[in-house]
Design a protein around this ligand. Structure first.
Ligand code: B12
Length: 301
């Protein structure tokens, strides 16, 4: 899908199911960003049309009219949006299928947090079980992770190609000796989808780098995804130092991940803990509500 493509007001009106005059008014009211050609024609980014459609108030949208460049029909059963199809695509290492299932889920308004919890997490857990049972060699875990990562980075680029994202800053990553990348990138993309400007400082990041990142980016939110804890004592000590730093920087510390069992959670300090990306989404929407929604027809004077 060519997300960086510009389309006309006419094309946008067909996709969003509203009149051309409504599209022009939304552009003039800065609800739908657009550029103007020397001839004065409005040119609208596909990414901004999708952003508006995902705000959920445009009932009559028809997204099959969105320009697609790939030869692969989204309505091919192999691309149907399901955890089973995604697991099969991972199992057979078909990157095109992985990519199209996640991108079409996003295009069809599935929140990124649901894509994470209902498609990616269960598919990767099955791959993990097969490794644990000796049915799959370890490289399958690596390859499957890389397939997910490349599709997620495409979604992140799509989301971040929106115009003028004015959201607050957030930074985050994983602690030292925690090499897991997927859950960490998912936090990043979920926050991007909710309008935050994110800096992903990556997996296996020492506590000092989190501190330096807070001084440099002055974030309103710091996240840590925890899948593997190599030394609980050191992890707890670092968490208490990080929490203090976050509080002194007028931000919040958000944590989660399968590495945080109830025993260790009791010894940690944080502003929010969540089991899933949907938990994260619900919490963050309370912190920084999504942008205002356009209403059909002329706004009340
Ligand atoms: C891929 C993978 C790897 C890859 C990681 C590759 C990479 N670059 O990321 C590699 C090969 C490195 C790896 C290594 C190991 N692995 Co491994 N791995 C997995 C696997 C298959 C998938 C993990 C994943 O990314 N899942 C997808 C994410 C999205 O799901 P998730 O982590 O559950 O995250 C969800 C929630 O926790 C939550 N969440 C996560 N982060 C956050 C953050 C916030 C803020 C919030 C609110 C929520 C949240 O939302 C997410 C979406 O629902 C899991 C199987 C599984 N069941 O998950 C095993 C698994 C985690 N691995 C396991 C093990 C044992 C290991 C090793 C110790 C093996 C070994 N002996 O070397 C090493 C440890 C490496 C290390 N030091 O970090 C075990 C852990 C068992 C345990 N509980 O301790 C598992 C469960 C496999 C199994 N079935 O036994 N692994």
């Amino acid at each position: 899908m060519d997300i960086a493509q510009y389309i006309s007001s006419q094309a946008a009106s067909k996709i969003l199911g509203v009149s051309v005059s409504t599209i022009k008014r939304w552009v003039d009211d800065n609800i739908l960003p657009a550029s103007k050609t020397p001839g004065g024609h409005r040119k609208i980014l596909v990414a901004d049309v999708i952003r508006l459609s995902r705000l959920g108030v445009i009932p009559a949208g028809d997204f099959s009219k969105l320009p697609t460049v790939s030869a692969n029909p989204y309505h091919d059963p192999a691309f149907q949006i399901s955890a089973e199809n995604f697991y099969q695509a991972l199992r057979n290492q078909i990157s095109l299928s992985c990519n199209n299932i996640l991108v079409s889920a996003f295009k069809n308004k599935m929140p990124v947090e649901k894509i994470a919890d209902e498609i990616i997490q269960p598919s990767m857990a099955r791959i993990g079980e097969e490794w644990k049972n000796g049915d799959l060699p370890i490289f399958y875990e690596h390859c499957s992770t890389q397939l997910c990562l490349s599709s997620l980075l495409e979604l992140r680029n799509l989301i971040n190609s929106r115009s003028n994202n004015q959201g607050p800053n957030a930074i985050g990553g994983c602690a030292s000796n925690d090499y897991y990348q997927l859950s960490n990138l998912l936090v990043d993309v979920v926050l991007c989808d909710l309008g935050w400007q994110t800096v992903n400082i990556g997996s296996n990041t020492p506590a000092e780098s989190f501190m330096d990142g807070i001084d440099y980016y002055k974030p309103k939110l710091v996240w840590m995804s925890v899948t593997h804890i190599s030394n609980p004592e050191v992890f707890i000590k670092d968490n208490l130092l990080l929490f203090e730093k976050v509080c002194n920087s007028d931000a919040v510390l958000v944590i989660g991940g399968q590495g945080l069992n109830s025993g260790i959670r009791k010894k940690l300090k944080f502003h929010f803990y969540g089991d899933t990306m949907c938990h994260l989404g619900d919490y963050v929407r309370g912190l920084f509500p999504p942008v205002s929604l356009p209403q059909r027809g002329r706004p009340p004077s």
